[in-house]
Write a protein that binds this ligand. Structure first.
Ligand code: ATP
Length: 377
């Protein structure tokens, strides 16, 4: 079944391969991206893939002085249908000339949404797991992340005074809101293929709008009003999707108290960033949580975890987040059937619980987990 978001891929012919850029970048990115590639290559009756390895990252910066080579950007823009990004190391202090390649890639490719499913699986690895099936959609281009900061001297006190500007545009709010309502409908369609008893979310599709417009009435007020207007101006299409609002502080509280109350959650960049990392704590390990950076023309899968320097090179990184990110990439390119197969195979490995990496309490290696996923495909 094709996704309702039209992607460039859908315009390619059935016989021409899907060209996927692989950007392992730093640390365990070099281990989990090849793992995701092995799973994609093993899909039967799916699209044919052609992979192209591309450079980026802090390690590349240390070697060459460039974190994101021009060639990586032009190859992705001109030749690739989608990409998988591994992980980038973030130096804790300011390094002259270095800025994050992932932030730059989101800008260059206009990947305006970060989409993060947080889904529970019943597994011995997560004995206290609450049932949840939530999708956090974070606006990826604006808010405080435009990095308009300045440092002044307070004329009254003579002490430092720091400012940051925040941008919220109607256009960006409208497109992220549209994505949230479309995803709510797509998720509902996919759920309806399962018997009711097997569904985690059993209600009407629901979009929760997160903001703080009681304090930031201009910026968050615009976010709130514009996302609301997506439904209000298109009741024919979105009338069946429930809409609710949540102030960001109470959202954090509710998300941990009753995560099962959320379906699609849409938020401006900063709140979405914080919420989505917090949500990863609800499902056991950073090593299992995927994300995708999504635009109208391009999709880039990206596991939520970082480069994990403490375990890099040991062969024990959990590849599940990267494999699920590759599935998310396929899902957003319209290859839903193949994506579902990958999700199911990963879930089967977790449910079985005998082959798990150390972050989930197991003793298996990255390759053992990939082999187990392939057996379930
Ligand atoms: P960075 O500087 O790249 O952000 P970090 O160590 O600060 O690195 P993460 O890479 O996200 O942040 O790692 C946080 C913790 O989670 C580390 O202890 C790491 O080993 C663990 N971790 C992250 N990803 C995985 C994974 N895929 N498999 C196993 N453990 C992981």
């Amino acid at each position: 079944m094709a996704s309702n978001i039209i992607r460039r891929t859908l315009a390619t012919s059935a016989t021409s391969p899907l060209k996927i850029g692989l950007i392992p970048a730093d640390g365990i990115g070099k281990e989990v991206v090849p793992a995701a590639r092995r799973v994609l290559e093993s899909l039967s009756n799916g699209p044919k893939f052609e992979f192209v390895e591309l450079e980026a990252g802090f390690e590349h910066f240390q070697k060459t002085g460039t974190a994101l080579p021009k060639e990586t950007i032009t190859t992705l823009k001109n030749e690739c249908h989608g990409a998988i990004f591994g992980a980038v190391s973030s130096p804790s202090h300011k390094v002259e000339g270095y800025s994050s390649p992932i932030v730059a890639l989101r800008k260059h490719l206009d990947l305006y949404a970060n989409v993060r499913p947080v889904v529970s699986v019943k597994s011995p690895a997560f004995p206290n797991q609450r049932e949840l099936d939530m999708l956090i959609i974070r606006e990826n281009t604006e808010c405080l992340y435009i990095k308009q900061e300045r440092l002044e001297t307070d004329p009254k006190t003579g002490k430092k005074l720091a400012w940051a500007e925040r941008k919220i545009s109607e256009e960006a709010c409208h497109r992220i809101g549209t994505m949230a309502f479309n995803m709510a409908l797509t998720r509902q369609k996919l759920r309806e293929q399962k018997p009711l008893a097997e569904r985690i979310w059993k209600h009407n599709p629901r979009v929760t709008i997160v903001h703080k417009s009681n304090v930031l009435s201009v910026t968050d007020g615009l976010f709130r009003e514009t996302v609301r207007s997506v439904k209000e101006q298109n009741l024919e299409k979105y009338g069946g999707v429930d809409m609710e609002e949540q102030l960001v502080d109470s959202m954090v509280y509710r998300m941990f108290r009753e995560p099962e109350a959320f379906d699609v959650v849409v938020a401006p960049n900063l709140y979405g960033d914080i919420l989505s990392d917090g949500a990863a704590a609800l499902v056991g390990s950073l090593g299992v949580v995927p994300s995708a950076n999504v635009g109208d023309e391009f999709v880039m899968g990206e596991p939520v975890h970082g480069s994990a320097p403490d375990i890099a090179g040991k062969g024990i990184a959990n590849p599940i987040a990267a494999i699920r990110s590759a599935a998310l990439l396929l899902e957003h390119m319209g290859y839903t059937e193949q994506a579902l197969k990958m999700y199911d195979a990963v879930d089967a490995v977790l449910v079985d619980g005998s082959i798990l990496t150390p972050d989930l309490g197991g003793k298996s290696t990255t390759n053992d987990v990939v082999d187990a996923v392939l057996r379930h495909l």
